[in-house]
Design a protein around this ligand. Sequence first.
Ligand code: LLP
Length: 387
Amino acid sequence: MANPFTSSVAEKLKKLQTPFYYYDTEVLKQTLQALTGEAGKYGYQVHYAVKANANPRILSIIKDFDIGADCVSGGEIEAALNAGFPASKIVFAGVGKADWEIELGLDNDIFCFNAESLPELEIIDELAARKGKTANVALRINPDVDAHTHQHITTGTKENKFGINIEQLDAVLDRMETLKHLNLVGIHFHIGSQILDFEPFETLCAKLVEIEKRFSERGIFLKNINFGGGLGIDYENPDEHPIPDFKRFFATINRHFTPKAGQTVHFEPGRSVVAQCGTLISKVLYIKEGSFKRFAILDAGFTELIRPALYDAYHKIENISARSGEAVYDVVGPICESSDTFGKDVKLPVSHRGDLFALRSAGAYGEIMASQYNCRKLPKSYFSDQI
Ligand code: LLP
């Protein structure tokens, strides 16, 4: 795909107050087409992980592709329902579900609670009993598979707070026999995020056979197997790979896991759905020539995009106003912290005050993780088909 920031797009963007998120709705729709097409080949069900981006317009485009929503808070359940996702396609995960959030899920008859511990199961049972309901639950199991990704986004090893350890499964199932307001509908995993080497998924499939045996020995049939999210994207080359490799991903799972008759396989992609359609657009406030470094100081900081500060994440940086010359810059924000740096020693065209910078592949975990630190305003969003 060609770089979307042609001079005519840059001209239009220049009229808007920076910093802001710019979403290419065409890229989003093509991504969703590829996702649903590839998942559909195997009958896999997809629940978009709302945590990646809950912008109402983004949600409404996604829900038109007839997929479900994976939520991790009451707020996300409300956002999904407001956007028109049917409650029957909402799954609710998270290690710390508050009572009101569980009640919200029960009141709306969501598809299922992905439960992460025995105490949580006990509370879901108690709250369901009070309402005279039965809650569908899937057990999130910690499979102890290392996703070999950044430590802050690895979730499936046994030191992580997530899921029920395999060693404790029998005790949990014993206790669940006494919890009469729960209906066990399946199991759930999520091993990590930004995964591009699929070997951990293959390991997970191998473990799954073992885990399923534990259930079948007790006469429990697992109707739903949920692999969570995790598929990574190409942050280095967003124009070469605007659409993640859903084909290879689903084919890998299909090769390594054969569902039983009557079993449905689910996924919860977040990043792979929305990352490439979003860009943070920011203006150069100052070019500061230090004694050791040359800084391009932007009007966006980690308040708008925290991923570089938090995970050392790389986002491709482009100057979409200037095209000539070359110089090296540390690209930084205005926040009063050294970690407010988007990139070090970045080669760019010679840049000036007022130039627009694009921080690419920022559609996932960008706008949604924005904060108001330093009393800054939350960023606005604009869409390619509306500017
Ligand atoms: N399902 C569960 C239970 C999850 O915890 C997550 C992400 C997903 C699905 C979606 O995973 P994805 O397809 O997006 O990899 N803020 C971090 C990423 C945190 C991911 C947390 N869980 C970042 O900016 O890289």
